[in-house]
Design a binder for this molecule. Structure first.
Ligand code: CA
Ligand code: CA
Length: 213
């Protein structure tokens, strides 16, 4: 008898999972986060277990500034050039004055993947402009659709629109990346704090490729 009953016990949750995946459009929100904004580089982080992988196809990093006359006033990078990220891994997008042409995959440090961009790529923060940055995008992975959406805004309001869910509580109105300080998301151990609120963030010493605890 037992060998007849056991397959039903296993099958039922599988069927429920497949039906609910189909009903919800098979979307899985992947935890690719923007975690630190330094003067000339930005840190992203995949806040998932270390056996998870995220293919970055169709996922983009974006920024915009409200600085009057800024040229460019915004930018966008296709993250797929960096391939895939492992859970717990950081990805640094960094300026290099010797780099010319389009953004390209290049390790930030031997164990930290990165994307190199031209000098002056990131916004100018001289007058504490309003800034929006974030990641967004999606692609299919068999039955499921991997989606990412995360954002931060800081600086003088009115800021450019956020790239996803975000509540401005104006704690960063006069904050900007400067010298050795970054706009940094709080961490709880290795978990990035994400309540989609400005107060998840504060000005802290730089910690590229590491949590800001
Ligand atoms: Ca968020
Ligand atoms: Ca960091």
């Amino acid at each position: 008898m037992r060998w007849i009953i056991a397959p039903r016990v296993v099958l039922a949750p599988t069927v429920v999972l497949l039906v609910s995946l189909a009903a919800t459009g098979c979307g899985v929100h992947r935890k690719l986060k923007i975690t630190e904004v330094q003067p000339n580089q930005v840190e992203l982080y995949l806040d998932e277990p270390s056996d998870h992988r995220l293919n970055l196809t169709n996922m983009r990093y974006k920024w915009a500034t409200n600085l009057s006359g800024a040229n460019p006033a915004g930018g966008e990078i296709d993250l797929s050039i960096a391939g895939e990220l492992r859970g717990g891994q950081f990805l640094i997008i960094f300026e290099d004055g010797n780099h010319t042409g389009a953004p390209a995959a290049r390790n930030f440090q031997p164990s930290i993947p990165g994307i190199v961009v031209q000098g002056g790529y990131f916004p100018s923060y001289g007058s504490t402009p309003g800034i929006a940055m974030g990641v967004s995008g999606k692609h299919r992975r068999g039955w499921v659709e991997d989606k990412v959406s995360d954002t931060v805004t800081f600086g003088a309001p009115p800021r450019p629109p956020a790239y996803g869910a975000f509540t401005q509580d104006n704690t960063l109105n006069s904050a900007k990346p400067s010298g050795s300080n970054s706009i940094s998301r709080a961490f709880n151990g290795t978990a990035a704090v994400d309540d989609d609120r400005e107060s998840d963030w504060s000005v802290r010493p730089q910690s590229p490729g590491a949590p800001s605890n």
